[in-house]
Design a protein around this ligand. Structure first.
Ligand code: P6P
Length: 353
């Protein structure tokens, strides 16, 4: 015996099990200062919301009034599901107690929700889609929550949330919770993309993957081809290309978070283009495309409207939609090349007609 302490083989696994989300944030920031502590506390709150929603989803089929529709229509004009309302309320309750968040802007609420007791001190705003892909809830397929945290600028006395109408490069944190066979939380505070898996036995999200990098190219293309005839010709050109070339697979679940997670891990491209009915597409900028674009750029990928980086788009209103082309840089560029080709053709025809 040399007297030195030799940790067991389990020490590495133990150390990983101790890397909880809040600890990881502080490690990322290499700081215990006030903003680092704030972000760590905010991410802890996100984790608590995820656990509460995951618990409800797991038992939804057994709980009275957990599934189905409320009979209401939200600001998006979509039928509201009971799980949408539950999840929206979870985020409000969880952040009410945080003391850190003054406002919440959600897909489910027309105007920002203010927490008066937090507002004198609340320095942050949470923007979120509480349950994305809720049409999957009743058929037990994956759904997700998407979140973005921004610093509150000014006092917003008129309660319009005007300071939220900014591009996405100012996001302090962004991420999602994927409720699938396991519950996975993926986030970034601008220092890489990291994934945590919920360990039910500990009731903690435990670090599973650090510094996730999206492959430069992947075989997946994820789009609802049922909209083919509603798309611009350039998007049809891209679809014809992948139909005629080896090495592409169509993967589409109807729930953005799961489709995004596949692209993040395996590479490829997800598209929700504009259609004749929805020229700006279906997805909302502030709490869907901007947070996911933040993550994708942090992972080495790209995200655009097809003609402009998502993170450069400045919204005119809180629920503004954008078309979305997101994923491996090479694959996003391929889609954009078809769009540029058609734009050049239109310009030529205009010039010569
Ligand atoms: P479509 C779910 O309603 C959602 O907002 C996203 O999660 C998903 O990617 C998209 O809409 C699916 O829309 O028109 O293909 O059914």
């Amino acid at each position: 015996m040399d007297g030195a302490y030799h940790p067991s083989e389990a020490a590495h696994a133990l150390d990983r099990d101790c890397t909880t989300l809040s600890r990881h944030v502080l490690q990322q920031l290499q700081s215990f200062g006030p903003e680092a502590q704030d972000l760590s506390a905010l991410m802890n709150r996100i984790a608590l919301a995820g656990k509460l929603i995951a618990r409800r989803l797991t038992n939804a089929g057994l709980l009275e009034a957990a599934l189905g529709f409320t009979g209401e229509t939200n600001v998006q004009g979509e039928a509201v599901k009971k799980m949408d309302v539950f999840a929206n309320d979870v985020f409000i309750s969880v952040f009410k107690q945080s003391g850190l968040v003054c406002r919440l802007a959600s897909e489910e609420m027309e105007n920002p929700y203010y927490i008066p007791e937090n507002c004198p001190i609340g320095r942050y705003t949470l923007l979120y889609d509480p349950i994305d892909g809720s049409s999957n809830v009743d058929i037990n397929l994956n759904v997700g929550s998407i979140f973005s945290i921004r610093r509150q600028e000014g006092d917003d006395l008129d309660q319009t949330g005007a300071d939220l109408l900014q591009h996405g490069r100012g996001q302090l944190a962004a991420g999602y919770i994927l409720y699938g066979p396991s519950t996975v939380l993926v986030y970034s505070i601008g220092r890489g993309v990291h994934a945590f898996t919920l360990d039910d036995s500990l009731g903690e999200f435990i670090l599973a993957s650090e510094n996730i990098r999206v492959p430069e190219h992947g075989s997946n293309y994820s789009v609802n081809e049922g909209n083919f005839w509603q798309w611009d010709e350039s998007i049809r050109d891209f679809i014809r290309y992948v139909h005629r070339h080896e090495g592409y697979s169509a993967r589409y679940s109807g729930a953005l978070v799961g489709d995004f997670h596949r692209i993040l891990l395996q590479g490829g491209v997800f598209l929700y283009p504009g259609t004749t009915k929805k020229p700006d597409g279906k997805l909302r900028l502030l709490y869907e495309t901007a947070p996911l674009a933040f993550l994708m750029e942090q992972a080495g990928g790209s995200a655009s409207t097809g003609t402009q980086p998502i993170l450069d788009v400045v919204p005119k209103e809180i629920h503004q939609r954008t078309p979305l082309v997101i994923g491996s840089t090479e694959d996003v560029k391929l889609v954009e090349s078809f769009i540029q080709e058609r734009l050049r053709e239109k310009e030529y025809l205009t010039r010569t007609s």
